[in-house]
Design a protein around this ligand. Structure first.
Ligand code: CC7
Ligand code: ZN
Ligand code: ZN
Length: 245
């Protein structure tokens, strides 16, 4: 069996009809959660799952729709399930995640004073493909999102690009497809308005037809259905469906 992808949600940060853009990547025996936003606990619950069904979590960047569910994950894994989940993250993000995001809620004298008290932390180095399991290799690609804020897209198994939140970077996409064998792209997409910190649908529609045909749109707003016939050769990714990769 190959890998499977199931989105817990495909919504933008402020979408209300879709859960946060978080994914489950299955390799048959191992389940990786890619980002864990505010809505992740509820989205998992709706699928009949809990954090105990997940082996590891990987964080692309620090915004609430990508890390806001980690406090619940931490408390549940530590005090209910009494286990440590693997956390894949860069050193830079790990520092910020603890100091600026989680410490306020999780700190407990004698119990929790660092990420290591919650997680089995495994650092990922950008631009260095690393095997997470026998079947999953991930390379973190630094991509631009917010000025001064680290954000990493994923290149999975030298064939699948999974964008973090990012501004449009056509040269990266062309390079991955033409030089590195990329055959599927999962890309965040802002449907209307100027991109600024995201990639717009209008920008993605400038990609060559062959790249559009392998590109799936995610991280979209509640008015997605208004755009069903305006996406050229691009396809909307749907939350909950299981995609064979
Ligand atoms: N300069 C910024 C910064 C943030 N934002 C909005 O805040 C959201 C945070 O999560 P996100 O998914 O990165 O999307 C961001 C923008 O909607 C924005 O619109 N402009
Ligand atoms: Zn986001
Ligand atoms: Zn973001």
């Amino acid at each position: 069996m190959g890998l499977q992808l199931q989105m817990l949600g495909t919504g933008s940060a402020f979408a209300k009809n879709y859960y946060n853009n978080n994914a489950l990547l299955y390799d048959g025996t191992f389940t990786l959660l890619i980002d864990c936003g505010v809505t992740a606990p509820h989205a998992l619950h709706r699928l009949g799952m809990s954090f105990n069904d997940i082996d590891a979590v990987l964080i692309t960047h620090i915004h609430a729709d990508h890390v806001g569910g980690l406090e619940e994950l931490a408390f549940k894994t530590k005090f209910t399930f009494k286990r440590k989940m693997i956390l894949y993250i860069t050193e830079e993000l790990a520092h910020s995640l603890w100091e600026h995001t989680l410490k306020g809620g999780l700190y407990q004298e004698g119990e929790i004073s660092s990420l290591d008290d919650i997680f089995e932390v495994r650092f990922l180095q950008p631009l260095n493909p690393q095997s997470l399991t026998e079947l999953i290799t991930v390379e973190l690609l630094p991509t631009n999102h917010i000025p001064g804020k680290a954000s990493y897209s994923l290149y999975i198994n030298e064939s699948i690009f999974y964008s973090s939140d990012m501004t449009f970077e056509p040269s990266l996409l062309l390079n991955l497809v033409q030089e590195r064998g990329c055959r599927t792209i999962f890309h965040e997409c802002q449907l209307s308005g100027p991109g600024e910190v995201h990639t717009t649908l209008q920008e993605l529609l400038t990609l060559p037809e062959d790249i559009q045909k392998i590109t799936y749109l995610m991280h979209y707003a509640d008015d997605k259905d208004d755009y069903l016939h305006q996406t050229g050769d691009l396809t909307f990714l749907e939350q909950n469906l299981i995609y064979e990769l």
